[in-house]
Design a protein around this ligand. Sequence first.
Ligand code: GTP
Length: 244
Amino acid sequence: MAKRVLIKFSGEALANEDGHGIDSKILKFIASEIKPLVEAGVEVGLVVGGGNIIRGVNASKEGIIRRSSGDYMGMLATVINAIALQEALEHFGLKARVQSAIKMAEICEPFIMRRAIRHLEKGRVVIFAAGTGNPFFTTDTAATLRAVEIGAEMIIKATKVDGVYDKDPHKYPTAKKLPHLTYDEALQDNIKVMDDTAIALAKDNQLPIIVCNMFEKGNLYDIIVNNNYSKCSIVSDTRSENET
Ligand code: GTP
């Protein structure tokens, strides 16, 4: 069992059926997937994207909103999602704290690494909001950075697909799932795991990246508590003995 993990959820995946807003059913599902992890003694840090509300790149593509401003808008979107997740976790009886990379003291705590670790040690889920606090970085990079800072054993990218493919599985029916990749393989252009900054940071720190489907019930538990990696992809330079 992993002792401490960082799970990154896609913001887009929180959306209602029309692709916007926050769907309470999905919040409930996520909280119900996190609860057994905490009960098993895993220390859980979370990062959530903001794509259900706004994406910096899209907001700035008409040239009216500058990219940096678009990115700040995206960071604020992640704070909205983080607060929603905090509520959902507390609704399920967990203790949760939101820490933001951009100070907004009325809403949540500021990000303080040592305090975040203390929360984790006390069994609280810590949700890291507002990305890295800087434009031109993604929430994947923020998640990797926080994972390294809190000493997580792995970063889990919980998304809508069940792993990493050699090409886009939605476009190419022949796309092949890759159960294990090295960091250098993950950095190749056709492989979309995370952006290069996030992968490079993971590589520098030998932090394994796991990509899995967040909607498959029990999947996170299987990976984190049972060390069962059959339904995900792993990016690392070494293979664990439980890998198939
Ligand atoms: P311990 O000190 O380990 O007991 O942690 P704690 O988080 O329970 O204690 P603290 O007294 O620091 O915080 C109590 C509550 O206030 C928690 O829900 C925190 O998330 C919240 N809190 C702490 N600092 C801030 C802040 O700067 N802004 C906001 N909005 N809430 C804060």
